[in-house]
Design a protein around this ligand. Structure first.
Ligand code: FDA
Ligand code: NAD
Length: 434
Protein backbone atom coordinates (compact mmCIF):
# COMPACT_ATOMS: atom_id res chain seq x y z
CA UNK A 1 0.00 0.00 0.00
CA UNK A 2 1.11 3.53 -0.76
CA UNK A 3 2.64 5.48 2.07
CA UNK A 4 2.15 9.23 2.33
CA UNK A 5 4.20 11.53 4.47
CA UNK A 6 3.36 14.99 5.81
CA UNK A 7 4.95 17.48 8.16
CA UNK A 8 1.58 18.09 9.83
CA UNK A 9 -1.45 15.81 9.97
CA UNK A 10 -4.80 16.79 11.47
CA UNK A 11 -6.77 13.65 12.29
CA UNK A 12 -10.49 14.45 12.00
CA UNK A 13 -12.25 16.79 9.62
CA UNK A 14 -14.69 18.61 11.87
CA UNK A 15 -14.89 22.06 13.40
CA UNK A 16 -11.49 22.03 15.11
CA UNK A 17 -9.79 20.70 11.96
CA UNK A 18 -11.26 23.49 9.85
CA UNK A 19 -10.26 26.25 12.23
CA UNK A 20 -6.79 24.71 12.60
CA UNK A 21 -6.41 24.72 8.80
CA UNK A 22 -7.39 28.37 8.64
CA UNK A 23 -4.80 29.20 11.30
CA UNK A 24 -2.13 27.24 9.40
CA UNK A 25 -3.12 29.30 6.35
CA UNK A 26 -2.69 32.54 8.32
CA UNK A 27 0.62 31.52 9.87
CA UNK A 28 1.99 30.19 6.59
CA UNK A 29 2.10 26.61 5.42
CA UNK A 30 3.99 25.23 2.43
CA UNK A 31 2.12 23.22 -0.21
CA UNK A 32 2.21 19.54 0.67
CA UNK A 33 3.08 20.12 4.33
CA UNK A 34 -0.40 19.69 5.82
CA UNK A 35 -3.06 17.00 5.45
CA UNK A 36 -6.49 16.64 7.02
CA UNK A 37 -7.71 13.06 7.26
CA UNK A 38 -11.45 12.66 7.81
CA UNK A 39 -13.90 9.83 7.65
CA UNK A 40 -16.54 12.30 6.50
CA UNK A 41 -16.89 12.86 2.74
CA UNK A 42 -16.97 16.66 2.92
CA UNK A 43 -14.60 19.48 3.90
CA UNK A 44 -14.90 20.79 7.50
CA UNK A 45 -18.22 22.46 8.26
CA UNK A 46 -20.01 24.11 11.15
CA UNK A 47 -21.51 21.07 12.89
CA UNK A 48 -24.13 23.05 14.93
CA UNK A 49 -26.08 23.65 11.70
CA UNK A 50 -27.01 19.95 11.54
CA UNK A 51 -29.53 20.17 14.38
CA UNK A 52 -30.88 23.58 13.36
CA UNK A 53 -30.98 25.09 9.84
CA UNK A 54 -30.20 21.75 8.15
CA UNK A 55 -33.56 20.40 9.31
CA UNK A 56 -35.75 23.36 8.33
CA UNK A 57 -38.70 22.30 6.15
CA UNK A 58 -38.03 25.29 3.88
CA UNK A 59 -34.85 27.18 3.03
CA UNK A 60 -32.74 24.54 4.76
CA UNK A 61 -29.00 25.09 5.14
CA UNK A 62 -26.95 22.94 2.77
CA UNK A 63 -23.28 22.66 1.93
CA UNK A 64 -21.35 24.50 0.68
CA UNK A 65 -23.28 27.16 2.63
CA UNK A 66 -21.95 26.31 6.08
CA UNK A 67 -18.37 25.22 5.67
CA UNK A 68 -16.11 26.65 8.37
CA UNK A 69 -15.52 29.43 9.31
CA UNK A 70 -18.92 31.06 8.66
CA UNK A 71 -20.21 30.13 12.11
CA UNK A 72 -17.97 32.72 13.73
CA UNK A 73 -18.38 35.30 10.97
CA UNK A 74 -15.18 34.24 9.19
CA UNK A 75 -14.19 33.32 5.65
CA UNK A 76 -15.93 30.24 4.22
CA UNK A 77 -13.30 27.63 3.38
CA UNK A 78 -14.48 25.77 0.31
CA UNK A 79 -12.63 22.67 -0.92
CA UNK A 80 -10.82 24.95 -3.43
CA UNK A 81 -9.33 26.96 -0.58
CA UNK A 82 -7.48 23.88 0.65
CA UNK A 83 -6.33 23.13 -2.90
CA UNK A 84 -4.98 26.65 -3.39
CA UNK A 85 -3.02 26.42 -0.15
CA UNK A 86 -1.67 22.97 -1.02
CA UNK A 87 -3.46 21.48 2.00
CA UNK A 88 -4.42 17.91 1.25
CA UNK A 89 -8.01 16.99 2.20
CA UNK A 90 -8.05 13.23 2.54
CA UNK A 91 -11.78 12.52 2.86
CA UNK A 92 -13.90 9.36 3.31
CA UNK A 93 -10.86 7.89 5.06
CA UNK A 94 -11.24 6.36 8.48
CA UNK A 95 -8.10 5.83 10.52
CA UNK A 96 -8.32 2.51 12.34
CA UNK A 97 -4.84 2.31 13.85
CA UNK A 98 -2.53 4.90 15.33
CA UNK A 99 1.05 4.11 16.30
CA UNK A 100 2.31 7.21 18.07
CA UNK A 101 5.90 5.98 18.70
CA UNK A 102 6.21 5.17 14.96
CA UNK A 103 4.37 8.40 13.99
CA UNK A 104 2.08 6.41 11.73
CA UNK A 105 -1.64 6.23 11.05
CA UNK A 106 -3.31 3.42 9.12
CA UNK A 107 -6.67 3.73 7.35
CA UNK A 108 -9.43 1.13 7.04
CA UNK A 109 -8.30 0.60 3.43
CA UNK A 110 -4.72 -0.02 4.61
CA UNK A 111 -3.16 3.31 3.53
CA UNK A 112 -0.30 4.45 5.69
CA UNK A 113 0.17 8.07 6.71
CA UNK A 114 3.34 9.36 8.35
CA UNK A 115 3.61 12.67 10.16
CA UNK A 116 6.10 14.76 12.10
CA UNK A 117 3.43 16.57 14.10
CA UNK A 118 -0.07 15.20 14.73
CA UNK A 119 -3.14 17.16 15.81
CA UNK A 120 -5.86 14.85 17.13
CA UNK A 121 -9.27 16.39 16.34
CA UNK A 122 -11.49 13.32 16.33
CA UNK A 123 -14.32 14.94 18.33
CA UNK A 124 -17.03 12.82 19.92
CA UNK A 125 -19.29 10.00 18.94
CA UNK A 126 -22.82 9.34 20.11
CA UNK A 127 -23.75 6.98 22.91
CA UNK A 128 -26.17 4.43 21.44
CA UNK A 129 -29.06 2.69 23.13
CA UNK A 130 -27.69 -0.57 21.70
CA UNK A 131 -24.58 0.11 23.88
CA UNK A 132 -26.68 -0.73 26.91
CA UNK A 133 -28.70 -3.45 25.23
CA UNK A 134 -32.05 -1.67 24.90
CA UNK A 135 -34.31 -4.21 23.25
CA UNK A 136 -35.17 -3.49 19.59
CA UNK A 137 -32.92 -0.40 19.48
CA UNK A 138 -31.51 -1.41 16.10
CA UNK A 139 -34.90 -0.92 14.34
CA UNK A 140 -35.05 1.26 11.21
CA UNK A 141 -35.91 4.96 11.68
CA UNK A 142 -34.17 5.23 15.04
CA UNK A 143 -31.70 8.05 14.44
CA UNK A 144 -28.65 9.60 16.10
CA UNK A 145 -27.17 12.90 15.00
CA UNK A 146 -23.46 13.58 14.82
CA UNK A 147 -22.34 13.81 11.22
CA UNK A 148 -23.82 15.09 7.97
CA UNK A 149 -24.64 11.54 6.81
CA UNK A 150 -26.80 11.09 9.92
CA UNK A 151 -28.60 14.37 9.15
CA UNK A 152 -29.21 13.31 5.54
CA UNK A 153 -30.79 10.04 6.66
CA UNK A 154 -33.03 11.93 9.09
CA UNK A 155 -34.08 14.41 6.38
CA UNK A 156 -35.05 11.47 4.13
CA UNK A 157 -37.13 9.91 6.90
CA UNK A 158 -38.84 13.24 7.67
CA UNK A 159 -39.97 13.32 4.02
CA UNK A 160 -41.02 9.66 4.01
CA UNK A 161 -43.00 9.88 7.27
CA UNK A 162 -44.63 13.27 6.59
CA UNK A 163 -46.82 14.57 9.45
CA UNK A 164 -46.05 11.43 11.46
CA UNK A 165 -45.19 10.82 15.10
CA UNK A 166 -41.73 11.48 16.49
CA UNK A 167 -40.36 10.40 19.84
CA UNK A 168 -37.23 12.14 21.11
CA UNK A 169 -35.20 10.17 23.63
CA UNK A 170 -33.04 12.44 25.78
CA UNK A 171 -33.52 15.89 27.28
CA UNK A 172 -30.11 17.41 26.58
CA UNK A 173 -28.94 19.60 23.69
CA UNK A 174 -29.91 17.16 20.95
CA UNK A 175 -33.24 16.42 22.63
CA UNK A 176 -34.30 20.06 22.86
CA UNK A 177 -33.02 21.09 19.43
CA UNK A 178 -34.44 18.02 17.66
CA UNK A 179 -37.76 18.19 19.53
CA UNK A 180 -38.19 21.68 18.05
CA UNK A 181 -36.93 20.64 14.59
CA UNK A 182 -39.41 17.76 14.37
CA UNK A 183 -42.27 19.99 15.52
CA UNK A 184 -41.36 22.60 12.89
CA UNK A 185 -41.59 19.75 10.39
CA UNK A 186 -45.17 19.20 11.55
CA UNK A 187 -44.54 15.98 13.46
CA UNK A 188 -46.49 15.05 16.54
CA UNK A 189 -43.61 15.16 19.05
CA UNK A 190 -43.08 13.47 22.41
CA UNK A 191 -39.88 13.86 24.43
CA UNK A 192 -38.73 11.36 27.06
CA UNK A 193 -35.95 11.80 29.60
CA UNK A 194 -35.08 10.38 32.98
CA UNK A 195 -34.31 13.57 34.90
CA UNK A 196 -36.81 15.83 36.72
CA UNK A 197 -36.09 18.62 34.18
CA UNK A 198 -34.40 19.12 30.82
CA UNK A 199 -30.70 19.97 30.39
CA UNK A 200 -29.92 19.22 34.03
CA UNK A 201 -26.17 19.54 33.42
CA UNK A 202 -26.65 23.28 32.90
CA UNK A 203 -30.20 24.45 33.55
CA UNK A 204 -31.63 25.20 36.98
CA UNK A 205 -35.18 23.96 37.53
CA UNK A 206 -36.47 27.52 36.90
CA UNK A 207 -34.65 27.85 33.58
CA UNK A 208 -35.88 24.41 32.52
CA UNK A 209 -39.47 25.25 33.53
CA UNK A 210 -39.49 28.03 30.93
CA UNK A 211 -38.36 25.77 28.06
CA UNK A 212 -40.64 22.92 29.10
CA UNK A 213 -43.58 25.35 29.24
CA UNK A 214 -42.67 26.87 25.89
CA UNK A 215 -42.38 23.42 24.26
CA UNK A 216 -45.68 22.31 25.82
CA UNK A 217 -47.35 25.42 24.35
CA UNK A 218 -46.06 24.33 20.95
CA UNK A 219 -47.86 21.02 21.48
CA UNK A 220 -44.84 18.91 22.43
CA UNK A 221 -45.58 16.24 25.02
CA UNK A 222 -42.88 15.96 27.67
CA UNK A 223 -42.53 12.75 29.66
CA UNK A 224 -40.02 12.99 32.50
CA UNK A 225 -38.58 10.60 35.04
CA UNK A 226 -38.52 7.54 32.82
CA UNK A 227 -36.47 5.99 30.02
CA UNK A 228 -36.98 4.01 26.83
CA UNK A 229 -36.50 0.33 27.62
CA UNK A 230 -37.50 -1.20 24.29
CA UNK A 231 -38.82 -0.68 20.78
CA UNK A 232 -41.20 -2.69 18.63
CA UNK A 233 -41.02 -2.63 14.85
CA UNK A 234 -43.31 -3.53 11.97
CA UNK A 235 -42.79 -6.24 9.34
CA UNK A 236 -40.39 -3.92 7.43
CA UNK A 237 -38.24 -3.59 10.50
CA UNK A 238 -39.31 0.05 10.96
CA UNK A 239 -39.83 1.32 14.48
CA UNK A 240 -43.47 1.39 15.56
CA UNK A 241 -43.54 1.85 19.32
CA UNK A 242 -41.33 3.02 22.15
CA UNK A 243 -41.76 1.15 25.41
CA UNK A 244 -41.04 3.16 28.53
CA UNK A 245 -39.83 1.88 31.87
CA UNK A 246 -42.96 3.19 33.60
CA UNK A 247 -45.06 0.91 31.39
CA UNK A 248 -46.32 3.52 28.94
CA UNK A 249 -46.05 2.83 25.21
CA UNK A 250 -45.64 5.64 22.63
CA UNK A 251 -46.35 5.28 18.93
CA UNK A 252 -43.47 6.40 16.72
CA UNK A 253 -42.66 6.74 13.01
CA UNK A 254 -39.30 8.31 13.81
CA UNK A 255 -37.22 8.17 16.99
CA UNK A 256 -34.32 10.54 17.55
CA UNK A 257 -31.92 9.61 20.32
CA UNK A 258 -29.66 12.11 22.07
CA UNK A 259 -28.40 10.45 25.23
CA UNK A 260 -24.94 11.96 25.26
CA UNK A 261 -21.57 11.85 23.57
CA UNK A 262 -18.24 10.15 24.18
CA UNK A 263 -14.87 11.59 23.12
CA UNK A 264 -13.18 9.55 20.36
CA UNK A 265 -9.86 8.72 21.97
CA UNK A 266 -9.92 4.91 21.59
CA UNK A 267 -7.26 4.89 18.85
CA UNK A 268 -4.75 6.25 21.33
CA UNK A 269 -5.57 4.17 24.43
CA UNK A 270 -2.44 3.26 26.32
CA UNK A 271 -0.27 5.49 24.13
CA UNK A 272 -1.07 8.88 25.61
CA UNK A 273 -2.04 10.19 29.04
CA UNK A 274 -5.79 10.55 29.58
CA UNK A 275 -7.83 12.48 32.13
CA UNK A 276 -11.56 12.93 32.71
CA UNK A 277 -12.38 10.78 29.68
CA UNK A 278 -10.29 12.82 27.26
CA UNK A 279 -6.70 13.18 26.11
CA UNK A 280 -4.77 15.23 28.64
CA UNK A 281 -3.07 18.35 27.31
CA UNK A 282 -1.24 21.40 28.57
CA UNK A 283 -2.30 25.00 27.93
CA UNK A 284 -0.95 24.72 24.37
CA UNK A 285 -2.90 21.49 23.68
CA UNK A 286 0.28 19.44 23.70
CA UNK A 287 -0.32 15.87 24.90
CA UNK A 288 2.04 13.69 26.94
CA UNK A 289 3.59 12.47 23.65
CA UNK A 290 6.06 14.83 21.92
CA UNK A 291 4.71 16.43 18.71
CA UNK A 292 1.19 15.18 19.36
CA UNK A 293 -1.55 17.71 20.09
CA UNK A 294 -5.25 17.20 20.89
CA UNK A 295 -7.96 19.84 20.36
CA UNK A 296 -11.74 20.24 20.50
CA UNK A 297 -14.02 17.72 22.19
CA UNK A 298 -11.26 15.14 22.83
CA UNK A 299 -8.94 17.42 24.81
CA UNK A 300 -8.89 17.61 28.62
CA UNK A 301 -7.05 20.89 29.15
CA UNK A 302 -6.20 23.26 32.01
CA UNK A 303 -9.05 25.74 32.36
CA UNK A 304 -6.98 28.56 33.81
CA UNK A 305 -9.92 30.62 35.09
CA UNK A 306 -11.01 27.78 37.42
CA UNK A 307 -7.59 26.20 37.94
CA UNK A 308 -8.97 22.84 36.90
CA UNK A 309 -8.62 20.29 34.10
CA UNK A 310 -11.77 20.21 31.97
CA UNK A 311 -13.14 18.85 28.75
CA UNK A 312 -15.54 21.07 26.80
CA UNK A 313 -17.92 19.67 24.14
CA UNK A 314 -18.91 22.92 22.44
CA UNK A 315 -18.07 24.63 19.22
CA UNK A 316 -16.49 27.84 20.54
CA UNK A 317 -13.81 25.87 22.36
CA UNK A 318 -13.28 23.60 19.32
CA UNK A 319 -12.48 26.69 17.26
CA UNK A 320 -10.31 28.42 19.84
CA UNK A 321 -8.37 25.36 20.98
CA UNK A 322 -7.50 24.57 17.36
CA UNK A 323 -6.20 28.09 16.79
CA UNK A 324 -4.21 27.98 20.02
CA UNK A 325 -2.55 24.66 19.10
CA UNK A 326 -1.52 25.85 15.64
CA UNK A 327 -0.19 29.15 17.02
CA UNK A 328 1.84 27.19 19.59
CA UNK A 329 3.18 24.78 16.94
CA UNK A 330 4.24 27.59 14.62
CA UNK A 331 5.77 29.66 17.44
CA UNK A 332 7.78 26.68 18.71
CA UNK A 333 9.28 26.23 15.22
CA UNK A 334 10.89 29.63 15.75
CA UNK A 335 11.85 28.93 19.34
CA UNK A 336 9.08 31.26 20.54
CA UNK A 337 6.06 30.66 22.73
CA UNK A 338 2.49 31.90 22.96
CA UNK A 339 0.35 32.84 25.96
CA UNK A 340 -1.37 30.04 27.85
CA UNK A 341 -4.94 29.22 26.79
CA UNK A 342 -7.22 31.31 28.98
CA UNK A 343 -10.71 30.16 28.11
CA UNK A 344 -14.07 31.48 29.26
CA UNK A 345 -16.59 28.65 28.71
CA UNK A 346 -19.32 29.69 26.27
CA UNK A 347 -22.31 27.53 25.30
CA UNK A 348 -25.42 28.43 23.34
CA UNK A 349 -28.46 26.90 21.74
CA UNK A 350 -31.32 27.93 19.48
CA UNK A 351 -34.74 26.41 18.85
CA UNK A 352 -38.03 27.82 17.58
CA UNK A 353 -37.72 31.61 18.09
CA UNK A 354 -35.58 31.11 21.17
CA UNK A 355 -31.85 31.65 21.63
CA UNK A 356 -29.83 31.47 24.81
CA UNK A 357 -26.19 31.96 25.74
CA UNK A 358 -24.27 30.89 28.81
CA UNK A 359 -20.83 32.01 29.96
CA UNK A 360 -18.66 30.84 32.82
CA UNK A 361 -19.29 28.17 35.42
CA UNK A 362 -22.66 26.88 36.66
CA UNK A 363 -21.72 26.32 40.31
CA UNK A 364 -22.95 27.80 43.60
CA UNK A 365 -26.18 29.66 44.36
CA UNK A 366 -28.40 30.95 41.61
CA UNK A 367 -30.71 33.88 41.10
CA UNK A 368 -33.28 34.19 38.34
CA UNK A 369 -34.24 37.52 36.80
CA UNK A 370 -36.51 38.86 34.08
CA UNK A 371 -39.63 37.62 32.33
CA UNK A 372 -39.59 33.84 32.14
CA UNK A 373 -43.25 33.36 31.39
CA UNK A 374 -43.36 30.94 28.43
CA UNK A 375 -46.57 32.63 27.25
CA UNK A 376 -44.92 36.07 26.93
CA UNK A 377 -44.68 37.38 23.38
CA UNK A 378 -41.00 38.25 23.89
CA UNK A 379 -39.62 36.44 26.92
CA UNK A 380 -36.27 37.67 28.20
CA UNK A 381 -34.80 36.24 31.35
CA UNK A 382 -31.58 34.99 32.82
CA UNK A 383 -29.72 33.57 35.74
CA UNK A 384 -26.53 34.28 37.61
CA UNK A 385 -24.47 31.68 39.48
CA UNK A 386 -22.77 32.98 42.62
CA UNK A 387 -19.90 31.24 44.38
CA UNK A 388 -17.91 32.59 47.34
CA UNK A 389 -19.65 35.96 46.97
CA UNK A 390 -18.73 36.34 43.29
CA UNK A 391 -20.77 35.96 40.12
CA UNK A 392 -19.11 33.09 38.23
CA UNK A 393 -21.69 32.22 35.58
CA UNK A 394 -24.45 33.93 33.61
CA UNK A 395 -27.27 32.70 31.37
CA UNK A 396 -29.50 34.82 29.16
CA UNK A 397 -32.46 33.91 26.95
CA UNK A 398 -33.50 36.40 24.30
CA UNK A 399 -30.61 38.83 24.78
CA UNK A 400 -29.28 41.29 22.22
CA UNK A 401 -25.66 41.07 21.06
CA UNK A 402 -24.69 43.82 23.55
CA UNK A 403 -26.52 42.13 26.42
CA UNK A 404 -24.84 38.81 25.65
CA UNK A 405 -21.49 40.58 25.67
CA UNK A 406 -22.38 42.07 29.05
CA UNK A 407 -23.10 38.67 30.63
CA UNK A 408 -19.86 37.32 29.13
CA UNK A 409 -17.98 40.16 30.80
CA UNK A 410 -19.59 39.42 34.16
CA UNK A 411 -18.58 35.76 33.96
CA UNK A 412 -15.03 36.73 33.07
CA UNK A 413 -14.55 39.50 35.65
CA UNK A 414 -16.46 37.73 38.45
CA UNK A 415 -17.68 40.84 40.32
CA UNK A 416 -18.53 40.52 44.02
CA UNK A 417 -22.14 40.59 45.18
CA UNK A 418 -23.34 41.01 48.73
CA UNK A 419 -27.08 40.76 48.42
CA UNK A 420 -28.73 38.15 46.24
CA UNK A 421 -32.15 39.82 46.46
CA UNK A 422 -30.67 43.07 45.16
CA UNK A 423 -29.01 41.12 42.34
CA UNK A 424 -32.36 39.55 41.43
CA UNK A 425 -33.96 43.00 41.28
CA UNK A 426 -31.14 44.51 39.27
CA UNK A 427 -31.20 41.57 36.87
CA UNK A 428 -29.66 42.26 33.50
CA UNK A 429 -28.81 45.87 34.37
CA UNK A 430 -26.24 44.51 36.84
CA UNK A 431 -24.34 42.96 33.91
CA UNK A 432 -24.86 45.94 31.60
CA UNK A 433 -23.17 48.37 34.03
CA UNK A 434 -20.05 46.23 34.62
P1 FDA B 1 -16.09 17.23 15.40
O1 FDA B 1 -17.07 16.20 15.82
O2 FDA B 1 -16.61 18.50 14.83
O3 FDA B 1 -15.13 16.58 14.30
C1 FDA B 1 -14.51 15.33 14.46
C2 FDA B 1 -14.14 14.82 13.09
O4 FDA B 1 -13.24 13.71 13.23
C3 FDA B 1 -15.31 14.30 12.26
O5 FDA B 1 -15.17 14.78 10.94
C4 FDA B 1 -15.12 12.80 12.31
O6 FDA B 1 -15.65 12.14 11.19
C5 FDA B 1 -13.63 12.70 12.33
N1 FDA B 1 -13.09 11.44 12.84
C6 FDA B 1 -13.28 10.89 14.06
N2 FDA B 1 -12.59 9.74 14.17
C7 FDA B 1 -11.96 9.55 13.00
C8 FDA B 1 -11.09 8.54 12.49
N3 FDA B 1 -10.76 7.47 13.23
N4 FDA B 1 -10.63 8.65 11.23
C9 FDA B 1 -10.96 9.74 10.46
N5 FDA B 1 -11.76 10.72 10.90
C10 FDA B 1 -12.25 10.64 12.14
N6 FDA B 1 -21.87 23.25 20.16
C11 FDA B 1 -22.25 24.53 20.47
O7 FDA B 1 -21.51 25.21 21.19
N7 FDA B 1 -23.40 25.04 19.99
C12 FDA B 1 -24.24 24.34 19.21
O8 FDA B 1 -25.29 24.83 18.81
C13 FDA B 1 -23.89 23.00 18.86
N8 FDA B 1 -24.69 22.24 18.09
C14 FDA B 1 -24.36 20.94 17.79
C15 FDA B 1 -25.21 20.17 17.00
C16 FDA B 1 -24.90 18.84 16.71
C17 FDA B 1 -25.83 18.02 15.86
C18 FDA B 1 -23.72 18.27 17.25
C19 FDA B 1 -23.39 16.83 16.96
C20 FDA B 1 -22.87 19.03 18.03
C21 FDA B 1 -23.18 20.38 18.30
N9 FDA B 1 -22.34 21.18 19.08
C22 FDA B 1 -22.68 22.48 19.37
C23 FDA B 1 -21.07 20.65 19.57
C24 FDA B 1 -19.95 21.01 18.59
O9 FDA B 1 -20.37 20.78 17.27
C25 FDA B 1 -18.72 20.18 18.91
O10 FDA B 1 -18.27 20.51 20.20
C26 FDA B 1 -17.61 20.42 17.88
O11 FDA B 1 -18.02 20.01 16.61
C27 FDA B 1 -16.34 19.70 18.29
O12 FDA B 1 -15.39 19.87 17.29
P2 FDA B 1 -14.28 18.75 17.02
O13 FDA B 1 -13.53 19.21 15.82
O14 FDA B 1 -13.59 18.44 18.27
O15 FDA B 1 -15.13 17.46 16.62
P1 NAD C 1 -26.30 15.70 26.52
O1 NAD C 1 -25.27 15.19 27.45
O2 NAD C 1 -26.51 17.16 26.38
O3 NAD C 1 -27.71 15.12 26.97
C1 NAD C 1 -27.90 13.78 27.23
C2 NAD C 1 -29.26 13.61 27.84
O4 NAD C 1 -29.64 12.27 27.64
C3 NAD C 1 -29.40 13.77 29.35
O5 NAD C 1 -29.67 15.06 29.74
C4 NAD C 1 -30.58 12.88 29.66
O6 NAD C 1 -31.75 13.63 29.61
C5 NAD C 1 -30.63 11.94 28.55
N1 NAD C 1 -30.49 10.52 28.86
C6 NAD C 1 -29.41 9.86 29.34
N2 NAD C 1 -29.67 8.54 29.36
C7 NAD C 1 -30.92 8.37 28.88
C8 NAD C 1 -31.74 7.25 28.63
N3 NAD C 1 -31.31 6.02 28.89
N4 NAD C 1 -32.97 7.47 28.12
C9 NAD C 1 -33.41 8.72 27.84
N5 NAD C 1 -32.65 9.80 28.05
C10 NAD C 1 -31.43 9.63 28.56
O7 NAD C 1 -26.00 14.99 25.10
P2 NAD C 1 -26.69 15.13 23.68
O8 NAD C 1 -27.86 16.03 23.75
O9 NAD C 1 -26.87 13.75 23.18
O10 NAD C 1 -25.57 15.84 22.82
C11 NAD C 1 -24.45 15.09 22.33
C12 NAD C 1 -23.26 16.00 22.11
O11 NAD C 1 -23.55 17.00 21.15
C13 NAD C 1 -22.79 16.72 23.35
O12 NAD C 1 -21.40 16.78 23.30
C14 NAD C 1 -23.35 18.11 23.19
O13 NAD C 1 -22.57 19.08 23.85
C15 NAD C 1 -23.30 18.27 21.69
N6 NAD C 1 -24.34 19.21 21.22
C16 NAD C 1 -24.28 20.50 21.63
C17 NAD C 1 -25.23 21.39 21.22
C18 NAD C 1 -25.14 22.82 21.69
O14 NAD C 1 -24.15 23.17 22.32
N7 NAD C 1 -26.14 23.66 21.40
C19 NAD C 1 -26.26 20.98 20.39
C20 NAD C 1 -26.32 19.65 19.99
C21 NAD C 1 -25.33 18.77 20.42
Amino acid sequence: MAEKSFKFVILGGGVAAGYAAREFGKQGVQPGELAIISKEAVAPYERPALSKGYLFPEGAARLPGFHVCVGSGGERLLPEWYKEKGIELILSTEIVKADLPAKTLVSAAGEIFKYQTLIIATGSTVIRLTDFGVQGADAKNIFYLREIDDADKLVEAIKAKKNGKAVIVGGGYIGLELGAAMKINNFDVSMVYPEPWCMPRLFTSSIAAFYEGYYANKGIKIIKGTVAVGFTSDSNGEVKEVKLKDGRVLEADIVVVGVGGRPLSTLFKGQVEEEKGGIKTDAFFKTSVPNVYAVGDVATFPLKLYNELRRVEHVDHARKSAEQAVKAIKASEEGKSVDEYDYLPYFYSRSFDLAWQFYGDNVGDTVLFGDNNPQSPKPKFGSYWIKDGKVVGAFLEGGTAEENQAIAKVAKLQPSVENLDALTNEGLSFACKI
